[in-house]
Design a protein around this ligand. Sequence first.
Ligand SMILES: Nc1ncnc2c1ncn2[C@@H]1O[C@H](COP(=O)(O)OP(=O)(O)OP(=O)(O)O)[C@@H](O)[C@H]1O
Ligand SMILES: [Mg+2]
Length: 244
Amino acid sequence: MLAIKNLKKSYGEKEILTGLDFELAPGEIVAIMGPSGCGKSTFIRLINRLVEPNAGEIIFQGQPVHALNNEELRKVRRKMGFVFQHFNLIRRLTAGENLTLGLIKAGFSKEKAYQQAEKVLADVGMVGRYAEPVTGMSGGEKQRIGIARALMMEPDLLLLDEPTAALDPILVRDVLTVLEKVVADHGSRSLIIVTHEIAFARKVADRIYFMDQGRFIESGPPERLFTQPESWIGQKYRDIIEYS
Ligand SMILES: Nc1ncnc2c1ncn2[C@@H]1O[C@H](COP(=O)(O)OP(=O)(O)OP(=O)(O)O)[C@@H](O)[C@H]1O
Ligand SMILES: [Mg+2]
């Protein structure tokens, strides 16, 4: 459902991504892990062109995302939900308004948007919170709304960029529980999750990619990567698992 070929990104003279290849099958769950600054956010943001690539191909459901005009891109983005590390909610709006905004802009009726919002609020354990302003919510609740918003369009691909990294440890568990449910119910939806949460990645991912300095240095099923890693990153993670 997604094929990426020779994807490159530079900022000025600095090459951030050096020519990435990546494939994702329908229904597949992939986790991307690697040290801070290695290019994980840049990569996941390139997939829906929140960041513009310098070179390479992004083919999503047969469409060349890298070559689409703004109108075409808007349509394709509706099939890709995105969950941000820092939630990116509109602070002055309620949970319900944050959720329904995209659907209403896309031409859905208010009634349909409302119904869908109630459905996704239930999916993230936030029933009855539709009319509540997001400003008063805890980080974990804000992120649940962030996840719910990404599910509003029933996307075929869900992109999550360190969805728990901005939360304190108690709230991390709550959000991971919600994400485990999203994964359990994913059906033919594919997910790409950037995360530092080893146990979570190990539990939910079909495949893991280790990234270092703008390239993927190892990929495979979690069982192999965390027990018989070849890369230095895999060896570090294995050590962390063994000592925990
Ligand atoms: N808009 C930008 N302008 C210039 N440099 C950037 C920009 N965005 C990212 N970079 C640089 O690109 C590199 C990769 O950043 P990126 O945010 O993709 O890393 P990351 O793997 O997501 O890190 P983290 O785990 O800390 O989130 C870093 O060196 C960063 O400073
Ligand atoms: Mg990042």
